[in-house]
Ligand binder design. Structure first.
Ligand code: ADP
Length: 390
């Protein structure tokens, strides 16, 4: 399906545009894990999707990885790889390599296996600061499966000649390493200064802050992706649009929001959650949703909910600050909640920094920017050189 979709999309680009494309990159869901046969290029097992968990591997991973490391969650790429290795991988006779969704799709264009980028590689344990896999990982029996890591937006190779001729692409069209979907969405917002952030008001509330320092804390699900010489520090709360959807339709949200005075603070103090449990800014799996007392007026009720979510957003950024990230300067907003200008003004008052909607929020736009940066030579060259992949 992924392969068909990739080529359907390329085919859907108008022919006169396709013939002018000089650079391609793409993003895939982080920690969607594949094991590929090095001879055939085909998966030897079905992909393990980003949100699937492999808790059975957690004890094994805990025994090798440092405390609070990003890999210490059942959904990490490393837990997926280790679980597969324990159940069938170690018995396999064929030569295989681990790849992420984006790596594999890109390989269908350039034809090389086992190349990834350091954003995708983070959750398998790659150290983007030292630009190497740590010794606790390279000493494992499955270390030979780990892909080669490059900077996101690095040239990998030209599109295959057969693909160029079938799809009317240029023979000098270069393929560049990709990134994860959430980083691509962040790149789309064109945030460049440390202290600038993107809050995604989708089903959940996700915050991403550009920082000069790195913050990682698996207790809160906070981790940092490298972006050139800066860090993208991120965390996610379980509050957000999913709760709003349980309470109001999108039409009601628009109609009721228009009647709220955003300059006045709401006295209502809620903790809106779709179900029990919170991760960030407080790590409490037993945290109960709090949506009472409910006033008679729906406008007042919604005001209280929006204000309370804004306070949680504020606490999330304050927590990143306390953990050592660059202090917040400005916020751009993505996701379904970004269209709500009343909420934007409430958030501006609560956060105390300028809040705006970001003009581009599609991850695909960010991936296209990555290809653009790559072909314009704007990607900072890695300090380390990597051996050329076969
Ligand atoms: P996801 O991709 O995470 O499913 P979206 O980015 O599509 O989510 O956002 C959908 C969410 O946006 C819904 O949960 C909905 O409640 C919320 N939403 C839609 N319209 C509004 C609005 N006017 N104000 C606040 N939230 C809204």
């Amino acid at each position: 399906m992924w392969k068909d979709t990739l080529f359907t999309l390329i085919d859907a680009v108008p022919a006169q545009v396709r013939s002018r494309v000089v650079a391609i990159s793409l993003d895939g869901t982080s920690s969607t894990t594949m094991v590929i046969d090095r001879k055939t290029g085909q998966p030897v097992t079905r992909p393990v999707l980003y949100n699937e968990s492999r808790p059975q591997a957690l004890a094994t991973v805990e025994a090798i990885a440092p405390a609070k490391h990003t890999v210490l969650t059942g959904t990490s790429t490393l837990c997926k790889l280790v679980a597969w290795w324990m159940s069938e991988g170690s018995k396999l006779q064929t030569e295989v390599v681990m790849m992420h969704q984006a790596d594999w799709l890109l390989s269908l264009l350039h034809g090389k296996l086992g190349i990834t980028d350091y954003n995708n590689a983070l959750k398998v344990g790659y150290d983007p600061e030292l630009e190497e896999y740590p010794a606790w990982l390279t000493s494992q029996p499955y270390a030979s499966l780990l892909p080669l890591v490059k900077e996101p937006g690095s040239a990998i190779g030209l599109v295959g000649q057969d693909i160029a001729s079938t799809y009317g692409l240029r023979e000098d069209c270069q393929v560049y390493t990709g990134t994860t979907d959430s980083i691509a969405a962040f790149l789309a917002a064109r945030v460049t200064e440390p202290g600038e952030a993107v809050t995604s008001l989708g089903s959940t509330l996700a915050v991403k802050l550009l920082s000069t320092s790195r913050v990682d804390d698996s207790r809160y699900g906070i981790y940092s992706h490298r972006l050139g010489d800066k860090w993208l520090v991120g965390g996610a709360s379980n509050t957000g649009g999913a709760v709003l959807r349980q309470l109001f339709s999108n039409e009601q949200l628009q109609e009721l929001s228009a009647q709220i005075d955003p300059s006045k603070p709401s006295p209502l103090d809620y903790y809106p959650l779709p179900k029990v449990g919170e991760r960030f800014p407080e790590a409490d799996p037993n945290k109960e949703p709090r949506l009472s007392p409910r006033p008679d007026s729906d406008v007042e009720f919604l005001h209280g909910v929006l204000e309370s979510i804004a306070r949680i957003e504020g606490r999330a950024y304050a927590a990143l600050d306390e953990l050592g990230a660059t202090p917040l300067k400005a916020v751009k907003t993505a996701g379904g909640g970004a269209q709500n200008v009343v909420w934007q003004r409430i958030r501006e008052r609560v956060l105390g920094v300028p809040v705006s909607a970001s003009t581009q929020t599609e991850a695909a736009y960010g991936a296209a920017l990555l290809a653009f940066y790559g072909c314009k030579g704007l990607i900072r060259t890695s300090q380390k050189s990597y051996s050329t992949a076969s």
